[in-house]
Design a protein around this ligand. Structure first.
Ligand code: ADP
Ligand code: ZN
Ligand code: ZN
Length: 754
């Protein structure tokens, strides 16, 4: 029997055909369920009410009171702003998770209502405007007469006219200050219906934006732009390799303008929104309120608003600036995608599923829309450069810095020799100190890069050699001096620094290695008359922490800025003449097939912060191994040599871009379960893929938050069918999951694994 219609959910579809096509590609390619993709894509206001969604309480800091399962959920919420109960169950590898969720709510670590996080809520600014009933001069004169005995109120109205052009709203604060009246006076005027208050979110205040401010391209940028347009006639994807400070952004803006003029939408992808405010400001300056920023940390309501604006092709959503999740928006009329810093690993989502690479998914998206896509970087990923060389992508280079400033002079400092000659002061060579002093004497600023935070990564007993370990993870604890604490960088476990060794009881605990905190302290002693700043996860956690430091450095309130890889994200300062890299070796010795490529990218990007506007800058790199090929290539900024050499190794050892990798990870609390699971799996996969299955291996940190981890990697040769391979893996996975003993084990498939 036909039933009555209860409710019409939407008048119009909220997703479009292109999205459905894109999402099914993602599910199929990254071997996950369509549901996972939908969940990652849709702001939850669209989800059914019965789907409970949990959020992290940003104010909650007592992570130590959480047990393991609770911590896992909490931690996952650091990476994704929300989780459904289904995802929580997936993360924990359990079905019954509501008791755990309820416990977390009781501890106020999370909540399930839809609430805007205080921290990410854009600030509200109070505006005031004259009520429209006073639009005519006559009514105004009457008003002023009426107010003749209320002097303060009259002042407020008169000052409003001075400050406001054509009766536009002005900031309440400005009015109070200029009229010298209190907020109570303004309030009384509002109560009398003379003024109106309203609030505007700071990031939504309409920016006029002026494309007349677009800079004129220099001759080399002009050529690059022409070449890009030329390649777009034949290719849909173009790699734009422009050295640091060559002005790639200016070239993007011109291209964007042309696409807007043609009435099409633009998607501008950035690796991390919080770290790239400089570029957002620059683009807003040109394109004003045609830009919408899409941020996974925004509240649901705001995300829904952006979603609808994109869906309806509204003028204020012609350009979307966003991190990886913005590829899911309902574009209908996409003309161009720009992937800035396309080499950045933050384009890859690790957790939770879908484990997609936004750069690669964006290429598919552009294809669906018949749009063009530009991948930009000073240090392209080997994969993209390879594709360009194979002529799969178009390729354009820009080899000049704007203003013809030379790339910085890069010198390598042999720390071994410096130690031998006793020319080290703490962690600084005399040469590094001299360069710092010279820069400071010239009133220039210095950036120092140290890719480890904390004071020292290892604490060791000199008597018995034992290091304090994290109770939850297989890793030693990092010493943080300021709080005199030991901390785990994997699970955030923290405890007070003990006075004596837990193993032998001797008072001989010693620190080994160094992090940003130690460098900062040494600098404060070495350069007591200068301001030292530090930028790492520990100093940027709070509200706007990152912007504060960047702002202070821009305003030259900080002379020397010490920091981790956060410093490599496209920052543009005009007074930095020296960049120092304190310990290059740690990056080179990382056990990962991409370690050398990444070390090159990181060092060249950090170096690129030096000498951007006036004169050539300096870079000094301290190392124990100055003859390492990567350091040689960094010191000459020889990308192509690095590329050739790395490519050779990738071919020899069967890695991307030649072979594709699918990584399978098993996780569980019980070591034996993981162990027998992985051995079963290895046999099954080995039967299908033979020598192309690597492992099983335990990762460098083989237990995190009490979950044991084991990996297998399947290498897929260039000519082997990817879809057949995946079908076989899925079959094996299904058989695995049918084994009762293995059911609680978390089974993670990562396609194009990092
Ligand atoms: P990249 O992203 O390639 O490292 P940027 O786009 O940040 O380089 O440009 C470096 C600096 O040079 C910026 O401060 C930018 O404003 C300036 N610049 C680049 N091109 C021009 C131009 N054509 N006219 C004026 N200034 C420019
Ligand atoms: Zn000891
Ligand atoms: Zn830990």
């Amino acid at each position: 029997e036909a039933k009555e219609i209860n409710q019409i959910l939407d008048e119009k579809p909220i997703v479009n055909e292109q999205q459905l096509k894109h999402w099914s590609w993602i599910a199929q390619y990254y071997m996950c369920s369509l549901g996972d993709v939908y969940r990652a894509s849709l702001p939850s206001a669209f989800l059914l009410e019965s789907e409970t969604i949990v959020y992290k309480n940003e104010a909650f800091t007592e992570e130590t009171i959480l047990d393991d399962d609770e911590f896992l959920i909490f931690e996952a919420l650091q990476h994704q702003s929300q989780l459904t109960i289904h995802q929580v169950a997936d993360i924990l590898g359990k079905k019954k998770v509501m008791p755990i969720v309820n416990e977390l709510i009781k501890k106020s670590a999370i909540y399930i209502k839809e609430e805007i996080y205080e921290q990410y809520k854009p600030k509200l600014v109070k505006y005031v405007r004259l009520h429209t009933s006073y639009n005519s001069d006559a009514s105004l004169n009457t008003l002023l007469e009426e107010l003749s005995r209320a002097k303060k109120q009259r002042d407020a109205v008169l000052t409003y006219f001075q400050l406001s052009t054509s009766k536009k709203p002005i900031k309440a604060k400005d009015l109070e200050e200029n009229a010298n009246v209190s907020s109570a006076i303004l309030k009384s005027l509002v109560d009398k219906n003379i003024f109106e208050f309203y609030h505007i979110q700071t990031d939504r205040i309409s920016f006029k934006g002026d494309t007349n401010d677009l800079k004129k391209l220099n001759e080399f940028q002009e050529v690059a732009l022409k070449e890009i347009k030329e390649t777009f006639k034949e290719k849909d994807v173009t790699l734009f390799h422009g050295i640091t400070s060559s002005g790639k952004t200016e070239v993007y803006t011109k291209l964007i303008q042309e696409v807007l003029d043609a009435g099409k939408q633009v998607l501008f992808l950035l690796p991390e929104i919080a770290l790239t405010t400089q570029i957002i400001t620059r683009l807003q300056f040109y394109f004003g309120n045609q830009i919408s920023v899409f941020h996974s940390k925004y509240s649901m309501n705001e995300r829904v608003e952006v979603w609808n604006n994109v869906l309806e092709n509204k003028s204020k959503a012609q350009i979307i600036l966003g991190a990886r999740s913005s590829i899911f928006l309902p574009f209908s009329n996409l003309g161009l995608i720009v992937v800035d810093e396309e080499h950045e690993t933050s384009y890859k989502q690790f957790e939770p599923s879908p484990r997609y690479n936004a750069r690669d998914a964006a290429i598919v998206l552009s294809n669906i829309h018949k749009a063009k896509i530009l991948l930009g970087s000073a240090t392209p990923s080997l994969e993209s450069y390879f594709n360009a060389k194979q002529e799969k992508y178009g390729f354009v280079e820009l080899n000049r810095r704007h203003g013809n400033v030379q790339l910085p002079k890069i010198e390598l400092i042999d720390v071994k020799e410096k130690h031998r000659k006793k020319e080290m002061k703490g962690h600084f060579s005399d040469r590094m100190l001299k360069l710092i002093q010279e820069a400071l004497d010239e009133k220039e600023q210095v950036i120092l890069f140290q890719n480890r935070r904390g004071f020292s990564p290892v604490v060791e007993c000199k008597t018995c050699g034992v290091s304090p370990q994290c109770p939850n993870c297989d890793v030693s604890l990092t010493y943080h001096k300021f709080r005199n604490e030991l901390r785990c960088h994997y699970c955030n476990y923290q405890r007070a620094m003990p006075n004596s060794c837990g193993a032998c009881g001797s008072n001989t605990l010693d620190t080994k290695g160094f992090g940003t905190e130690q460098i900062e302290l040494e600098l404060k002693e070495l350069f007591p008359d200068f301001n030292i700043g530090r930028m790492d996860l520990d100093t940027t956690r709070g509200k706007f922490g990152y912007q504060k430091i960047i702002g202070a450095f821009e305003a030259r309130e900080i002379d020397i800025l010490v920091g981790t890889q956060m410093l490599s994200k496209g920052l543009d300062f005009d007074n930095v003449s020296l960049v120092g890299i304190l310990n290059a070796d740690a990056m080179l010795n990382f056990p990962d097939f991409r370690a050398h490529e990444r070390a090159y990218q990181l060092m060249v990007q950090v170096s690129g912060r030096a000498g951007r506007s006036k004169k050539q800058g300096n870079v000094a790199i301290q190392t124990y191994n100055p003859y390492h090929q990567i350091l040689q290539q960094v010191s000459t900024t020889n990308y192509t040599e690095m590329y050739k050499e790395q490519l050779q190794e990738r071919w020899q050892y069967k890695y991307p871009p030649y072979y594709r990798l699918i990584k399978i990870t098993l996780k569980h609390k019980d070591y034996n379960k993981v162990d027998s699971g992985i051995n079963w799996l290895f046999k099954a996969l080995h039967n299908s893929f033979g020598e192309h299955v690597l492992g099983p291996t335990a990762p460098a940190v083989s237990r995190i938050r009490n979950q044991y981890i084991k990996n297998l990697v399947i290498k897929i040769p260039p000519k082997q069918s990817l879809s057949n391979t995946k079908a076989q893996i899925t079959k094996i996975k299904n058989t695995f999951e049918a084994v009762k003993d293995f059911r609680p084990i978390r089974f993670i498939v990562d396609v194009d694994a990092y």
